[in-house]
Design a protein around this ligand. Structure first.
Ligand code: SF4
Ligand code: SF4
Length: 392
């Protein structure tokens, strides 16, 4: 989404406001920011992108602190905020935060599992100015979806909230996280998104860091599944032109070139954690040895974005090692994902092993193939206790 906004500015991916000399232009502030209001969530998805060490409710920013953050974001030129989590509706003050964001001129998107919402609360959020709703689905069949999310009755509730969303005339995105255990449902999930009158479907294959890395053997798809998935998405895009836009992300392990993760570290994106840490990526805390400043520490968000060592460490291309340092693609993919390089190569400055030029690529690819046929469906469910293992 920052990709689209940035290309509209014609600024080679660095998001700036049109107004010359604004703080956003000076600091290249992204136009959209992800706010993780809480790590609390009633679901326990085994691929959750939250860190393994979840932040407890007591550490979360207060209502006043989040309002201060929202005002500051609007002041420095951010245009859009995504309220996310954990489950953002677990915050009792969500309506107040949406209203405040709207009052200071921010476009608001709610990224939710939906299971805690009543129709009345959703209507109140719409009245407070909520502009868009994104609901995550774990599948198209209740039994499988509820098992993946670790929450009985979740799928039926999501369908209900999706219908309320459209009845309230709010635009809807369906987010479907795909893996070996639900990829066979992709045609049904596409049909479900059409039936729910969604504008957009995100077919997001799991990316393997944090909780998903712990569950890799249970989630890794086979190559045949990914080929089918790509063909299904391509056919559906053609068939549903003007009805449903489909975003598609393939799993890194089966790609020859890595994705331009976050548009490049510290270039187009930041998020704010429940306790106020400003992060270059929602998985950035999986990299040990980096110190991420908080909005509670005194520096402004713009200063953190521009000056923090954690943002500057992998910004641009100067930090790169070979083969990235002399590669023609280095300003196209920025060496891939730093979190994945750290997780798989043990060095966040290494070439992302998803790249075929990485010395680790073949080994990673073979591991993926072996795990995809391992037959292990056992999940380690995400929770504050460090995870709970359960068989299918
Ligand atoms: S991925 Fe699942 S467990 Fe994680 S925040 Fe989203 S709904 Fe909750
Ligand atoms: S070597 Fe580095 S810059 Fe070149 S394609 Fe691979 S990840 Fe990208």
């Amino acid at each position: 989404m920052t990709e689209t906004a940035a290309s509209a500015t014609g600024s080679d991916g660095i998001a700036v406001l049109e107004k010359p000399g604004s703080v956003a232009e000076t600091f290249g502030i992204p136009l959209a920011v992800l706010l993780e209001l809480t790590h609390r969530c009633p679901l326990q998805c085994p691929y959750c992108s939250n860190p393994l060490e979840l932040e407890r409710g007591g550490a979360e920013l207060s209502t006043d602190e989040w309002k201060r953050v929202l005002s500051e974001l609007a002041r420095i030129g951010v245009l859009q905020v995504h309220f996310s989590g954990g489950e953002p509706t677990a915050r009792k003050d969500l309506v107040e935060l949406v209203r405040h964001a709207t009052e200071v001129g921010l476009y608001t998107n709610l990224i939710t599992s939906a299971v805690l919402l009543s129709r009345e609360r959703l209507a109140t959020l719409a009245d407070a100015g909520l502009a868009h709703v994104q609901i995550s689905f774990q599948g198209s069949e209740a039994s499988l979806a509820d098992r993946v999310g670790g929450f009985a009755g979740g799928h039926a509730k999501k369908l209900e909230v999706a219908r309320w969303t459209r009845e309230l005339d709010l635009p809807l995105t369906v987010n479907a996280v795909m893996h070996r255990q639900n990829l066979h449902l992709l045609p049904d999930i596409i049909e479900m998104a059409v039936q729910l009158d969604a504008d957009r479907l995100e077919v997001a294959n799991v990316q393997y860091y944090g909780w998903a890395l712990k569950n890799r053997a249970a989630l890794m798809p086979t190559i045949a599944q990914i080929k089918d998935c790509t063909a299904t998405v391509e056919a559906a895009r053609e068939r549903l032109k003007g009805v449903l836009a489909i975003d598609y992300v393939i799993p890194d392990y089966y790609a020859a070139r890595p994705k331009k993760c976050m548009g490049g570290w510290g270039r187009q994106f930041f998020n704010i954690s429940p306790s106020g840490k400003v992060l270059p990526c929602h998985a950035a805390e999986t990299i040990t040895g980096l110190d991420f400043p908080s909005v509670r520490d005194g520096a402004s968000i713009a200063e953190i974005w521009r000056d923090a060592e954690a943002f500057n460490r992998y910004r641009g291309t100067g930090w790169m090692q070979e083969p990235c340092a002399s590669c023609a693609f280095k300003e196209i993919d920025f060496g891939g994902c730093r979190c994945q390089a750290f997780a798989l190569a043990g060095d966040a400055a290494a070439t992302d092993p998803a790249c075929a030029l990485s010395p680790l690529h073949d080994r990673i690819f073979k591991t993926a193939e072996a795990e995809a046929t391992s037959g292990s469906d056992r999940f380690l469910y995400r929770n504050f206790a460090g995870g709970t293992a359960k068989d299918a």
